[in-house]
Design a protein. Structure first.
Length: 624
């Protein structure tokens, strides 16, 4: 979500940096800053809020600079503030840097640096990196003084950075300047993207190619464990183990007007395919193997307060309500806490009896949903502790809740929510783990669950490989007027969400049910023109769902099954099968929903619907 930009060349750098940061605004941020080198001095400007507020703080002297770095920050460690905004200084000002990513061991490193006399000005994990580099720079002073030419100096400084990041555990995309070497930018990457744009005696750096569109058509992608020294005329790339490497130059063929689509036909498709990354972002920095639990910095309730909770109410609307249903299964299964899921539009008026030991979670992508906000305010008025699960930093619900969890899934532009849903489910899974560890789950249970959570992004990536197969299935059913979606246990909410996606963007009538409820009425709808989509990865209730499937086939209804890899049995009965990778049952909703999103998308495209802007719908529902 954070953004990085940098430039070195003949042009005034300030406006280039500000323009690059504006290009990255879609990623979401709460503060920003730039650092430039002019007259041998580091000059830093930082601001909370929009880029326009940062631009107002830029000094005239900064406008003469021709080398600089910039950053948009989405708060993770420390509140949004000028002190926590990037860039950050290291030592006594010898180093300045910007950083994307999360440093998991920053607390231990910070304590060691403080013991050595380093003074911290912020609450961030990033400042630790700046001081580490300063420390290594001090240790290498003799080495840098012996360097006889620019290349030797650059190699020595790259070694300083290499030794520093070797102490980090986590992810980083770094852009660094040294006060005493004012003609060079240094970059490093592990797990957080960085691209370098090549111009005429100038170079650009960014965390996303969108910031470079229109400025250059040649870029270099830094890979993990690579470092770069960048001047106006040279680019040297090193690998942590292999030393200097030859870098490949790629063409940047993005048009400024549509760059945010990143080559996808629609934002919805782009966001479906972003889910390995968005789920990883939601989990980043929140899983502690050392403690065998999830870690949340913004709940603002003590472990004792949370142990005293006897009941949880999850309130939401639309897709977020479906993720709340997943949360109900997760909390009750893993934490043994009774959970009730409430439509926010109903909760605000129902005035249900609620005991003092009830905790309320409001779940929302935008943080501005009117019904959810009203339900939150009503619960706060009654004195209940309220927490938000939200994707937009600084939104109303995020501000008014007592605490909460940011999804960090990145902006969702398509109206039909996809990656926010899976991130909500991932956040709820981590919360259920956290509450479970406060109660009865053992350390070994927690470690096993963390291992399973860490595999989620790769499992989602595998599920996405069914895209073309799902597209062929969509062609066979795109002219049908009704669909049924069926699942049980953890995957009953998945069935509801799959039906909603199809309704939202293709305008086909679809309904989701627990599979066992078919014989209590909905089976009357089954005919040869009404496909039934069964969500049925293996689990303890698999045989029961198979019996429900056979009931549909016995009545001539076509069946599309979402099944687990290696399930030969379902393929003998269902008309079409989409296979997904195996995961434990409590994580199945996050993986099994992927083919349902793709199915809805491809059917909508085949029917000529406006996928990203479906009729009558808005991304953020701010009216009752």
């Amino acid at each position: 979500m954070c953004g990085i930009v940098g430039y070195v060349g003949p042009r005034p750098v300030t406006e280039l940096l500000l323009d690059g940061l504006r290009r990255l605004e879609y990623r979401g941020y709460d503060s920003s800053g730039i650092a430039v080198m002019t007259d041998g001095t580091m000059r830093i400007s930082r601001a909370v809020g929009r880029i326009a507020q940062l631009a107002e703080q830029v000094e005239p002297t900064q406008c003469r600079a021709t080398i600089g770095i910039g950053h948009t920050r989405w708060a993770t460690h420390g509140r949004p503030s000028e002190e926590n905004a990037h860039p950050h200084l290291g030592g006594t000002g010898e180093v300045v840097l910007v950083h994307n990513g999360v440093i998991e061991n920053y607390r231990d490193l910070k304590a060691k640096l403080q013991a050595k006399g380093f003074v911290f000005q912020s609450e961030t994990d990033t400042e630790v990196i700046a001081h580490l580099i300063a420390e290594q720079l001090h240790a290498a002073q003799a080495e840098t003084k012996k360097a006889t030419g620019p290349e030797q100096i650059r190699d020595a400084l790259l070694e300083v950075i290499r030794r520093s990041v070797a102490q980090l555990r986590g992810t980083y995309g770094l852009l660094v300047m040294f006060r005493d070497w004012p003609d060079t930018l240094f970059a490093a990457r592990l797990g957080s993207p960085l691209v370098i744009g090549i111009g005429a005696k100038e170079h650009f750096v960014a965390s996303d190619g969108s910031a470079l569109a229109g400025k250059t058509d040649k870029i270099v992608y830094l890979a993990d464990h690579q470092f770069a020294a960048i001047t106006n005329e040279s680019l040297d790339v090193h690998h942590r183990e292999d030393g200097v490497i030859n870098h490949d130059v790629h063409a940047l063929n993005w048009d400024v007007t549509d760059v945010e689509l990143s080559g996808y036909d629609h934002y919805m498709l782009k966001e479906i395919h972003e889910q390995p990354e968005s789920v990883a972002n939601t989990m980043r920095g929140r899983l502690s193997e050392e403690e065998g639990t999830a870690v949340f910095g913004g709940l603002n309730l003590s472990p004792k307060d949370l142990r005293d909770v006897k009941r949880i109410v999850l309130t939401a609307c639309g897709t977020s309500w479906h993720s709340a249903l997943v949360g109900e299964y997760l909390f009750e299964e893993l934490a043994h806490i009774p959970v009730e899921v409430e439509y926010a539009s109903e909760l605000r008026y129902r005035n249900p009896p609620m005991s003092d030991d009830t905790l309320v979670f409001a779940i929302t992508q935008s943080g501005e949903t009117a019904d959810t906000l009203a339900a939150l305010r009503e619960m706060k008025r009654k004195g209940h502790p309220t927490l938000a699960i939200c994707n937009v930093v600084g939104s109303t619900i995020a501000k008014e809740a007592d605490g909460g969890v940011y999804l960090h899934a990145g902006p969702e532009i398509g109206v039909a929510s996809t990656k926010a849903y899976t991130s909500q489910c991932a956040a709820l899974a981590m919360l259920a783990l956290y509450f479970g560890r406060l109660r009865h789950l053992s350390y070994s249970d927690g470690r096993k669950m963390i291992d399973q959570l860490r595999q989620l992004p790769s499992k989602i990536e595998q599920a996405l490989q069914a895209d073309q197969h799902v597209k062929q299935i969509a062609k066979r059913y795109s002219d049908c007027g009704n669909f049924l979606y069926l699942g049980r246990h953890f995957n009953f909410p998945t069935a509801l969400e799959g039906a909603l996606k199809l309704k939202e963007i293709s305008y086909i009538h679809a309904e989701g049910y627990p599979a066992a409820e078919m014989k209590h009425g909905p089976i009357a709808l089954v005919d040869e023109r009404t496909p039934s989509v069964f969500v049925m990865p293996r689990g303890f209730i698999y045989d029961k769902v198979m019996s429900n499937l056979e009931e549909i086939k016995a009545r001539g209804g076509p069946v599309i099954a979402i099944a687990e890899e290696g399930d030969d049995r379902v393929g003998q009965i269902a008309d079409d099968v989409v296979f997904i990778p195996q995961v434990d049952e409590w994580l199945q909703p996050i993986v099994s929903v992927i083919p349902l999103q793709l199915l809805a998308y491809h059917i909508a495209v085949l029917r000529g619907c406006d996928v990203d802007k479906p009729r009558n719908l808005a991304k953020s529902v701010t009216v009752e």
